[in-house]
Design a protein around this ligand. Structure first.
Ligand code: FMN
Length: 329
């Protein structure tokens, strides 16, 4: 198995080897700023920043707010600076904003670009043009190879149990296959919401963990309180996999599906060609009522500030490391 090379600068020096995953609707500037100040990479999907026709461009406003706030923080805390942030681009043909958003992100010198649903040379070039790096998310080894051939700097392996568009493969199998040929930055996604899981991801050969659902039940997340509370009350067995809501297989909270009047145990599947990320699509509305989450939600016990989630993961990570090391000694 290959060992990882030195990580790019943007992924070095973090408090924990972790990136907060971009969450449709849920992640905005408040959450990203809190994640970065807590010492892990914060992120948001560019498509979350929406404006009405004729209004100032929301993506510009968000990037200005995040950049200026983190700069201020870093000047006040030179010894413990904030982690850099990432913007997620949905590289799907239905995303009519992609070209505009790439130009804006390059102008704001976004340090980390997370790309999903399509690997394209020009997206990687846009990131590199401003000194950024790209991390492309994939669900199997074939897509991983394609992403690197198209110029991505690193990979996010989305394994079974992840929230949103999850993969179907075990993280044990997926990371091993990728590490046979890839020694660049590799992140693991799927049910990582504890320090133990983060340490396990590192043990498998991933450089960093990718943490999604654990940040939905936080004070800074843009999610209804009922959604946050449902996460506190639910566990892995409440997660169902369905392609109905976006056209691609994803993981959702069964109680939210029941509340919407559907039977989570009998959902029809959908045609992948129904995927649509254009603004105002019915899919965006569907995500508002049907709430996504991964299987790691059993670890969510209350609604807390995002910084507390990071504190808890760090404590568990250190304890688990010590326990394993003393077991082996
Ligand atoms: C509600 C929700 C929305 C998501 N939206 C996006 C998105 O817009 N773009 C993206 O690349 N991934 C998205 N994801 C997937 C996450 O980036 C990540 O892979 C996943 O949350 C990790 O699994 P976990 O939730 O078990 O930690 C979403 C996940 C959830 C739960």
């Amino acid at each position: 198995m290959l060992k990882s090379k030195t990580l790019p600068k943007a992924l070095q020096g973090l408090r924990l080897p972790a990136v907060a995953a971009p969450l449709f609707i849920v992640s905005g500037p408040d959450l990203v700023i809190a994640q970065c100040k807590a010492g892990i990479v914060g992120s948001f999907p560019a498509l979350n920043a929406r404006e009405k026709d004729g209004e100032p461009i929301m993506l510009e406003i968000w990037l200005k707010q995040i950049t200026e706030e983190l700069d201020r923080y870093n000047q006040a805390n030179p010894d413990t600076p904030a982690a850099p942030f990432a913007v997620n681009q949905i590289v799907h043909r239905s995303n009519g904003r992609l070209e505009r958003d790439l130009e804006i992100c390059a102008r704001w010198k976004v340090p980390i670009w997370i790309t999903s649903l399509g690997a394209r040379v020009e997206v990687n070039e846009a990131a590199h043009s401003c000194g950024g790096i790209t991390l492309h998310d994939i669900i199997n080894n074939t897509f991983a190879k394609k992403a690197i051939q198209k110029g991505a700097d690193g990979l996010i392996a989305v394994a079974a149990g992840a929230g949103g568009h999850a993969g179907q493969q075990s993280p044990f199998a997926l990371i091993r296959e990728i590490r046979e040929w890839f020694d660049g930055p590799l992140l693991l996604s799927g049910s990582i919401s504890t320090g133990e899981a983060l340490l396990a991801a590192r043990t498998l050969g991933a450089d960093l963990g990718y943490v999604g659902s654990a940040f939905i039940a936080t004070e800074e997340a843009n999610a209804q309180v009922e959604y946050k509370q449902m996460l506190v009350e639910s566990g892995a067995e409440d997660i169902v996999t369905s392609s109905l809501f976006t056209g691609v297989s994803g993981n959702y909270l069964a109680p939210s599906i029941s509340r919407a009047g559907l039977d989570p145990a009998n959902l029809p599947s959908a045609d992948p060609s129904s995927m649509n990320f254009s603004s105002g699509s019915s899919k965006a509305k569907a995500w508002k009522e049907i709430w996504g989450a991964g299987q790691g939600i059993g670890a969510i016990k209350s609604i807390v500030p995002a910084g507390k989630v990071v504190d808890q993961i760090e404590q568990e990570y250190r304890d688990a490391k010590q326990r394993i090391c003393s077991d082996l000694a």
